[in-house]
Design a protein around this ligand. Structure first.
Ligand code: 5AD
Ligand code: SF4
Length: 443
């Protein structure tokens, strides 16, 4: 690469918010090295794939994309191709990459993003393929910033890793053991964001309700929320993901009493059948989950509740699936992420014998959507003619005269307005109800 020539980078991100936020950190590191973002791979000097391993689809997409990059590397031998994220934490995947995708130059993991500048330097010095993985880091690196995607809402990590070992899930094997950030580091990060005008933060962790357990003093997630709620200038606090087994009364009380904590809870249920919940190692029963929902709704009557559901987990019989449908009808979720069970090598469920055939999985998946969608619509009907507070996020992708934003309950709102309102809180009266969005006008 010629000296002084402007260098461009491009990042492709798969998976969850945790990965999105990691990509914001990678972007910050690259810009610190003088790289500038480009939208196209063809113009890039540095391409990073931040990968996900939670389901097979995300994994296959990466292999497909990498194959297609061979030509680009041939045209531009100076192009650096890097792979990071959850897939890279698995040795068998690294072996596939090293043997079949020799045009990949740098491989790094989820625990050593901060080392990227060093790795690039080593690659430029030696031209060797660099592989740098930390299996399970005990320390949390704090001196890394993020180049945030938005100027009014931001992700903030509060903990890393997961100790739960749900039997279907690869995350504990890719993100390592649970570790909490020091509260003062979290609070300082949020104070800095609000001083720059950020209004909404989303606290990120695989299991935020067990926040504080790895600190060497007594500190809970509810306490963290109470401290964050005091930060001046901050308007909205969101968090994800919550595990039902750790959702305490103290937390419900904090959510109900703290004015900045939004009236939205993402509470993955995964299945409505006790037999399947046990096989998944979720550590709660259907009855306990329903009681929890009841308690939360009593404390925060207007709360929106969303969930994750897996269909076709090994051993799921028709009657187990029916119990999931019943639970969905009983809870009446505002929204849900639904997944076909995907075998993840290395997890306990991958070796279970009674895998559900694809066709049955697909049928159940469709039935689940047919049950969920009318409920989403009916829940949205409660908003008809109401005035809601909306944080304006962007110009609508389909109509340049329309803006989109979200209510405190997480509902996506479309309304007519000027782009200068982006980043502001406005009041909108809802006049049209749809299954996934609401429409209204500024008041
Ligand atoms: N197959 C299908 N869905 C999965 N999830 C996690 N692992 C799997 C898997 N192997 C889903 C869970 C989790 C969400 C982030 O992804 O529902 O809550
Ligand atoms: Fe995976 Fe369960 Fe941990 Fe969530 S709580 S990351 S589903 S193991």
């Amino acid at each position: 690469m010629k000296k002084n020539k402007q260098k461009y980078y491009h990042i492709i991100t798969y998976g969850c918010q945790m990965n999105e936020h990691d990509s914001e950190k990678i972007s910050w590191l690259l810009e610190d090295l003088g790289y500038v973002w480009t939208d196209t791979k063809e113009d890039s000097d540095f391409i990073v794939y931040n990968t996900c391993l939670v389901r097979e689809n995300a994994e296959l997409k990466v292999y497909g994309q990498l194959g297609a990059l061979k030509g680009l590397k041939r045209q531009n031998p100076d192009l650096i191709i890097a792979l990071c994220g959850c897939m890279m934490q698995r040795e068998e995947i690294r072996e596939i990459i090293l043997s079949k995708y020799k045009h990949v130059d740098i491989i790094f993991g989820t625990n050593n993003i901060h080392k990227l500048p060093q790795l690039i330097h080593r690659y430029e010095q030696t031209g060797d393929t660099i592989v740098d993985i930390i299996e399970d880091s005990r320390e949390i690196v704090e001196d890394i910033n993020a180049n945030r995607m938005y100027s009014y809402k931001a992700f903030v990590n509060i903990m890393y890793g997961c100790n739960n070992f749900c039997t279907y899930c690869i995350v504990p094997y890719t993100r390592g053991r649970e570790k909490s950030r020091e509260p003062k580091n979290i609070i300082n990060e949020i104070k800095e964001l609000t001083s720059k005008g950020y209004k909404e933060i989303t606290l990120l962790g695989q299991n935020v309700n067990s926040y504080g357990k790895t600190l060497n003093y007594n500190y809970s997630f509810a306490k963290l929320l109470r401290e964050i709620n005091k930060i001046e200038g901050l308007e909205r606090i969101r968090f994800m993901t919550s595990h039902p087994k750790d959702l305490s009364d103290e937390l419900i009380e904090a959510m109900a009493s703290l004015d900045k904590v939004c009236e939205h809870l993402h509470l993955p249920v995964q299945s409505g059948s006790n037999k399947i919940l046990k096989a998944m190692n979720r550590k709660y029963t259907r009855e306990e989950y329903l009681l929890l929902i009841d308690k939360i709704r009593k404390a925060i009557p207007n709360i929106a509740i969303s969930t994750d559901i897996i269909v076709g987990f090994p051993g799921e019989r028709e009657e187990d699936f029916e119990e999931t449908l019943d639970l969905v009808k009983e809870v009446r979720y505002d929204s849900a992420f639904t997944f076909l069970y995907s075998i993840r090598e290395g997890t306990i469920a991958a070796n279970m014998e009674n895998q559900v055939p694809d066709e049955i999985k697909h049928n159940r998946f469709q039935k689940l959507l047919d049950t969920l969608y009318p409920i989403f619509y009916e829940k949205n009907l409660n908003y008809e003619n109401k005035i809601v507070e909306v944080l304006v996020e962007e110009v609508s992708k389909n109509d340049p005269n329309m803006l989109t934003g979200r209510t405190r309950t997480g509902k996506l709102i479309h309304f007519k307005g000027n782009r200068e309102l982006i980043g502001q809180l406005v009041d909108v009266r809802i006049d049209k109800i749809k299954t996934f969005t609401l429409e209204g006008y500024l008041v």
